[in-house]
Design a binder for this molecule. Structure first.
Ligand SMILES: CC(C)(COP(=O)(O)OP(=O)(O)OC[C@H]1O[C@@H](n2cnc3c(N)ncnc32)[C@H](O)[C@@H]1OP(=O)(O)O)[C@@H](O)C(=O)NCCC(=O)NCCS
Length: 175
């Protein structure tokens, strides 16, 4: 069931704890079998929270959270694309929804929030997704992203692939 009135707002360093929990829980739910158990089991909420405080204090990339009934249930980071071959492009750096809130419309709303800000500056948006993360790839395809053929190794093992979405021309108004 879709949730009707979640609230999206910029994230602050005070959100570090909530984001750390969502990030690690989501990694464990999504990447088991794709990334080593040793790596996933070794992830530490406290250490993640500490590193997130600095990350969230940065103005670039931008950080957003989505709340349901005042509790953070997802987050997204987005900004200028980091890839040398895509200088004038936006990028979704990360999007993660609390595993118990997946499939309720929060991911689409966060993506639309980030996309509206990125498309105000750039004509296309890039993102990287782990090969084998089929459900997220399906989600991105559903929202209009397509692989552009670029692949790269991941520092945690496995590979990632890049997907791109182009800005759609505004529908012309006619009477
Ligand atoms: C991927 C993720 C962000 C999507 O968020 P979500 O809240 O579950 O997605 P939503 O419920 O908003 O779904 C939005 C739309 O995508 C569709 N969709 C979702 N997964 C899909 C899939 N695998 N294939 C096709 N469509 C899909 C939904 O049906 C929905 O369609 P509609 O809005 O047209 O009715 C979330 O599931 C998540 O955090 N996954 C784990 C972490 C992860 O892999 N993050 C991405 C790292 S690259």
């Amino acid at each position: 069931m879709k949730l009707s009135n979640p609230r999206i707002r910029p994230a602050t360093p005070q959100d570090a704890k909530a984001i750390a929990h969502i990030h690690i829980d989501s990694w464990r739910a999504t990447y088991r079998g794709l990334v080593s158990d040793e790596y996933l089991d070794g992830l530490d909420y406290g250490k993640r929270e500490l590193s997130l405080r600095d990350w969230l204090a940065r103005k670039e990339p931008q950080h957003a959270v989505i709340e349901v009934a005042g509790i953070v249930r997802g987050f997204c980071d987005f900004g200028r694309c980091r890839d040398n071959d895509k200088p004038e492009t936006g990028e979704i750096f990360a999007i993660y929804i609390d595993p118990s809130f997946v499939g309720k419309g929060l991911g689409r709303q966060l993506m639309e929030y980030a996309e509206s800000r990125l498309f105000a500056k750039w004509e296309s948006i890039a993102l990287w997704v782990m090969e084998g993360n089929d459900s997220s790839q399906g989600f991105y395809v559903h929202l209009g992203y397509a692989p552009d053929g670029r692949r790269a190794p991941l520092h945690i093992g496995g590979r990632k692939m890049r997907m791109i979405k182009k800005k759609q021309p505004e529908a012309s108004l006619s009477c």
